[in-house]
Design a protein around this ligand. Sequence first.
Ligand code: HEM
Length: 511
Amino acid sequence: MQSFRKSAINLAVLNKQFVRSVTVSSSAVNSNENCQELKSWREIPGPSSLPLIGQIHHFLPGGSLHTIESNMGLSEKLYQLFGPIVRLDGAFGSPSIIFLFDAEASSQILRNENWMPIRIGFQSLEYFRKNYKKSERDQNESTGLITEQLEPWKKFRSTVNPIMLQTKTIKLYRNSLIEVAEDMIKRMKLIRNEKNMLEGKFDEEMNLWALESIALVALGGRLNCLDRSLPENSPERKLIQTIHDIFKTAEEIDFKPSLWRYISTPTFKKAMNMYETQVELSKFFIGKAIKQLETKDKNLNEEKGILEKLLEIDENTAVTMASDMLFAGVDTAANTMTATLYLLGTNPEKQIKLRKEIMSGKEERSYLKACIKESMRMLPVVAGNMRQTTKEYDILGYRIPKDMHVSFGHQFLSSMEEQFPRAKEYIPERWITEKTDPLHHSNAHPFAFSPFGFGARSCIGRRIAELEIEIFLAKVIENFHVEWFGPPLKVKPSTLNYITEPFNFVFKDVK
Ligand code: HEM
């Protein structure tokens, strides 16, 4: 084992020293003048393979990649062992993946894949939307941004982009999001115990806030899921639980070797049921919203909301987009909020500075934005972006074929000292300081920080998420001194980076 580790580390060093070389097949850029002899992608370093089972034994109990005691998860381990480009072989029908931990090489692929980027991820969800109960579905209807690729994705994205990304439309939600934040603060005060800690599960509390916030946009109104009398078996609670369970199950069947592509495994059946429940619940809430819209006084001068505009296209577009918003907008925003609170709780001087900005009543809150950005650098909820290549690339000395799955490890890149000096420290100032300051973020490679992904396929909910988080974070800091005690927070890297128990937060009133 020792010698395997040693040789793997040597390999990593060699890889790091490799003359940077990126070329793209015939039609594209060639940034490598003194191209070295290219190797096949199969020669990319990675865990050793055994006949029949491939690399799986490394992930089984006792294997070198089974338990990883780091918030960074697999990335750090792979980089340490194999360097900036690593191959993980597919098994049981799941594809092989190339992991890239090199900002410049990432930029070459991502920029060249920005016409109609393919992002394969939730394949079981795609199967559900496209094949499961096929007869009940109009085959011409889009299945949405998360599951469509190429032309159908482009068609749907260009239809919803002008609605989802318009600043004027998003600003419409400001006041309602402030109400949600204020209700959440009231709830936090109510459920605080004598130790000033929140009773119950903190992650579920943050999910409730995130769901209430995104539902305003997706479903056109308040769900009232912050109401303490909300029954355990209410549709709201069911929706939260379903979304949470979907991400956990997707990890099992989409991102780990699984036999579901050949046989209907119990986890596959569970996933199909969950997807069905999510669609039914989305339809239920949208149905309620449509009824409310029908009874609303029509004011022609009033700017219409996102759901109203989507419904004007057609009901399927509204239901599909709402489903995707609920799917992608709850756990992501909730974990980002928790990460930011933790980093402010463990960096009291930054929290004092932020509170000063908030209390000053200034409209421009640059430090607030910087605090959120810095926590997304240190504890991003999505560890890496994925693409399936639509052409061939020559990257770091290897030929990457078309149709290859590539993961761009931005979490790891943004934790590198060479990209962000004093990378382990929470320094929101790096996002707003003078350009001449060595800490200034522009000294990092632009592809070393991309928590919302890249280009045409990047997060469509980014502006909504930023607004929600800015509003709620400002309210929390205005109301509470946030503290954290005990050992550092724990992250369980999965489909998303989930922050896990114990949540050692203390919320003391700001007098
Ligand atoms: C802090 C919160 C969030 C983070 C960090 C985040 C991050 C991401 C990332 C990394 C991607 C993949 C981008 C790529 O492949 O280049 C993505 C896609 C997406 N996100 Fe978000 N997201 C957040 C919140 C939201 C919210 C609130 C919504 C709801 C509106 C949302 C909806 C989506 C959708 C629908 C996609 C798929 C876009 C497409 O493929 O065209 N996200 N998000």
